[in-house]
Write a protein that binds this ligand. Sequence first.
Ligand SMILES: [Zn+2]
Length: 290
Amino acid sequence: MCNPSLTNYFARPEDITRVPSRPTTATSGCCTYTYRRAGTFRSTGKIRQLRADGVTPNGQNDIPWTGTVVINSDCDKGTVTVSHNIKAVNKTADTTSYPDTVAVSDADLTAMLEKVPPAIERAWNSRRYKLKITDNRCGERLFDVIFVVRMSDSSPHYAINFVNVPGMGTSNDVAGITSGRSYILPPDRGKFNLGDSRSATDDGDECLEPHEFGHMIGLKDEYLDIPHDRGGVKYEFPDKTTETVAVNGELMGSMSNKKAEPIRYCVTIAYAAIALLEANGHAVTDCVIL
Ligand SMILES: [Zn+2]
């Protein structure tokens, strides 16, 4: 029988840094447990955004994010489930805050938003990320990573202001406050634009919400953004290997690829899973994203 743990914890980045140097003493075998954490996951400092030159760090690390992470081991198989409840706030009639927005009724908004969770889940589950984790109590085992997203006012992880600005709007300010830009304000708020042609809500393209979901698990933009001096990202993985990615066609880059494909997009989940295991007495010695 598994013994669910509801412990709240936080592993510091320096704890995670120790991971590869620990000896493995366990032999592989049956290990059964469920550990759960709901709340804010802080920055690991393992994702560093680069300046517009694509080389120099610009001082911004991965952003804090909110969610529920459950790691479950059923004998020798495991899952890491990442869940998000999104609360929709209808700001489509708030022309004081958003001058170009066009009103949408609550009923119509609810109908439109039914398309958002499936779009995010398609984008993030189609590849089926896996984590191969080795620890001193259970040895090596493979975990399927599953993303679950719901529109729900109950225990929301994110409260999102929904606006309806055609395109980017006429007041395309850099900060995106009055324009049609969508963004996440870490750790638990954001603004999404229904009028963006890339939104899943209008049966058209559907890369906007999956891209914003990347921010909802702490990832940074990889695209070139000269006004904000952004031009790529350097990732450090749990095994201490690194990858530098500057300006590309992936989901967190230009959004031309609608699915989360790169290994690196699962790195904040890997660190969350490691921290959850370590908080429950496992010493993690290796974690590889597959
Ligand atoms: Zn972005």
